[in-house]
Write a protein that binds this ligand. Sequence first.
Ligand code: SAM
Length: 305
Amino acid sequence: MDANHSKCLDGERPLGGAVLPMNTLSTSVLEHELSELRLILERQAGVLLDTPAEILSDVLRKYLLSKHQGSVQDMLSLLRSSDAECERLLEPLLDPQTGFFRYPQAFEALATLVLPDLQTRKLAENPHSLRVWSAGCSSGEEAYSIAMSVCDALNCNGGGWNVRIIGSDIRRPALEVAQRGLYPESGLQQVSRQRVQTYFVRVGQHLLVKPRVRNLVTFTPMNLAKPDYLGRFDCIFCMDVLPHFSMSQRVALTQRLHLYLEPGGYLFLGQNEKLPAVDVAFRPHKTGSYTLYQKPMAAAAGQGR
Ligand SMILES: C[S@@+](CC[C@H](N)C(=O)[O-])C[C@H]1O[C@@H](n2cnc3c(N)ncnc32)[C@H](O)[C@@H]1O
């Protein structure tokens, strides 16, 4: 052990060793290795982990075990060179919290302000197209809430609308849940009876999203620290993702989201989130205690793709 700048987190004994096999028992995680790990994950995935050292060490050791890697240093090199490995390690560490219509005021703003505005502006298009991105969609509840709101407002089956909602997340297991569209009844408390009847079908104690809604939504894995260009969007929902990012990554992502919005498009953040200080223009709209942000129409000419 390098006594100058590192110490074993739990003395000479690895944490949680009682349940791990011998080769892993001998693997102690040093403070400087954890700092290095936090740095790698911030660089690769944007997230600034405030996970306590003991939990992070535990996750790291389980990961070593699953990869049959003996040394923490080998694993850090692997993580440095592989986004996929970072994403796998991050799975148990990221905040998965979500829900249908999680921030009711945001969905109220979508229904009463944003969709009517887009409807008016797109009247001249044929067919009228609407593109929405749920960036950091977790297990899909947010994307399906958007789809239900859009169906309610635009009657998209018969209303001449071409609607595409994309849900993305870095955690693939969450996306598998999203893809299935099957949720326990207890998770639908924020969904009105009317919507449950219209948009879900009962399967035992669970409710399955009907094809009418599912067909509007496509799920895809994506790391928001290195987002792909999926085209321009009329609305982007990026709720409760930025607060988990480091400040520099927050700024970078917000600028990217601005670029990916259509002129006049809307950005939805979580209920109490503040937009980071960025050198791109967003016009705030306050509705009740919720603020959403619009990219000015005039930004059209100045912004690259
Ligand atoms: C607190 S949840 C919010 C889920 C949903 N937006 C909502 O508000 O209900 C944050 C989500 O962001 C995802 N996430 C965190 N870092 C990410 C990254 N670098 N790229 C993509 N998704 C990320 C997490 O996996 C998690 O599903």
